[in-house]
Design a protein around this ligand. Structure first.
Ligand code: SF4
Length: 462
């Protein structure tokens, strides 16, 4: 029996990387827990409120998207809609080519990863430089992010020092301050030379047309300081009804993502430069990207669209901590990715249908989620969908015999009475080759069938 792919990846993962991911994630979870517990007497109530705001936003997405479009236009922005990833890439390159832009600087944006924007711009002869330090290291290494908030959680400073030396950013030096200073010097030139700045958006207020961007390095601010054009790529689900909702969402985002009360730089962008506000890009384009989101909205897993990309569910997940992000073979790892990635895959759902199984269903992801997404329920729905669509199911033994046993009251009663026999010959010892790999990673408890029924009966008699 083939092993589950995430499990296989975790087994082969370098021990040092696994330890770094585990420790970093665990520290993130603890910081989140402390700051929420200290600052709020009922953080779960706040999470539920945030969940309601986000659920309302997606339930009325058509209305709010239309309102956001009008508000953005009023602010002077151009608004585009892209149905597929290719449409979105084309929309970006069309804007750049029309303006004769050859160089762009980018701030961190998961949706640009999702649509493989840098690859597309490369084929169009446009240089695109990532300005978030972690994303820049990923870019020069030809690597992929392994966490949505900390993209290089799988690397250490020695790896980074080697990459910088290779790229001619100075002799080998793994002092974190030196690494940061060198990146800063390199980036300053890129900001000044860039024709356009590309960003994502954490939220878009339908009421005001305000784009909200949060970063800890301030790089998105630099991306918008010198370039003449600003392009924002935004998943359609990022729209929220009003600015007032930000009071709840921003407070939870910083605390859940990095254990900070507020992310260091929180920017509110109100359209391009105007005569009464001359600084900033002359031209602003907002591209709303669908890329399967409408399908997800129409499905029974629509709650995943509430996600505000904080990464808390990754940090707390025992599977993510063991396997790291690359095990999920997609842009979004961890419990979030186990739900979102197969859904975003659309017709290729089956290729990622194993991801919802990469979970112990312990429920920790739901408990930390700032927008209260019922991730375990969604995982079960997707497991069921995989089963219905006959997706390959490596690592799962055939359950037909157990199903027969469990669905026949007579057989079940008989099995309950077979305690002694069941414990006499443990399953691991039975010549059942298809079951052995599954049992290798599971410790079955001593068989105590029937005890509960006897206990119930005795209570009944009383
Ligand atoms: S699913 Fe929830 S916890 Fe996970 S990244 Fe999204 S908002 Fe954060």
């Amino acid at each position: 029996m083939a092993e589950q792919k995430v499990e296989l990846f975790a087994r082969r993962l370098d021990h040092g990387v696994q330890k770094a991911v585990h420790n970093n994630s665990a520290a993130g979870t603890e910081k989140r827990y402390n700051v929420l517990g200290t600052d709020y007497s009922a953080p779960d109530d706040l999470r539920r409120l945030a969940g309601q705001i986000r659920q309302h936003s997606i339930e009325y997405l058509d209305t709010y998207l239309e309102q956001a479009e009008q508000s953005l236009k009023r602010q002077g922005a151009h608004v585009h809609f892209a149905v597929t990833a290719d449409d979105a890439c084309r929309a970006v390159s069309d804007i750049l080519q029309k303006a004769g832009a050859k160089k762009v600087v980018k701030s961190k944006s998961m949706i640009s990863e999702e649509i493989h924007l840098n690859d597309h711009l490369g084929t169009m002869g446009i240089e695109s430089v990532e300005t978030d330090l972690g994303e820049y290291i990923i870019q020069i290494d030809g690597d992929h992010p392994s966490h949505i908030v900390k993209p290089i959680i799988h690397k250490n400073r020695r790896d980074i020092a080697k990459s910088f030396e290779r790229e001619g950013l100075g002799d080998y030096n793994d002092d974190p301050e030196t690494i940061t200073r060198r990146a800063r010097v390199f980036m300053r030139d890129k900001y000044l030379q860039a024709d356009a700045g590309i960003t994502g958006a954490n939220f878009v207020s339908a009421e005001s047309g305000r784009l909200v961007l949060v970063t800890n390095e301030g790089n998105s601010r630099f991306c918008l300081a010198a370039p003449k054009i600003h392009i924002a790529l935004v998943g359609i689900e990022k729209v929220i009804p009003s600015d007032a909702d930000l009071a709840v969402l921003l407070n939870l985002l910083g605390r859940s993502a990095t254990g900070q009360q507020l992310t260091v730089y929180t920017e509110f962008i109100n359209g391009p430069a105007r005569t009464d506000r001359p600084s900033g890009p002359q031209e602003m384009h907002v591209i709303f990207v669908d890329n399967q989101r409408s399908e997800i909205l129409a499905s029974d897993c629509r709650e995943i669209l509430r996600c505000i990309r904080c990464g808390a569910c990754l940090n707390v997940c025992p599977v993510y901590r063991q396997a790291s992000g690359h095990a999920y073979r997609s842009v979004y790892p961890g419990p979030l990715g186990a739900v979102l990635s197969p859904l975003l895959a659309g017709k290729k759902f089956k290729e990622l249908a194993d991801l919802p199984k990469a979970s112990s269903l312990c429920g920790a992801c739901n408990e930390v989620c700032p927008v209260d997404i019922p991730i375990p329920d969604l995982l079960l729905k997707l497991r069921n969908r995989g089963h219905q669509e006959h997706a390959p199911s490596p690592g799962t033994p055939p359950m037909g015999a157990f199903a027969k046993l469990a669905s026949s009251p007579m057989l079940w009663r008989f099995a309950m009475k077979s305690n002694k026999v069941m414990n006499l010959v443990p399953l691991e010892k039975l010549p059942l080759p298809y079951l052995q790999p599954w049992l290798k990673t599971r410790t079955l408890p001593t068989w105590r069938g029937g005890e509960f029924r006897s206990w119930m009966k005795s209570r009944h008699k009383k």
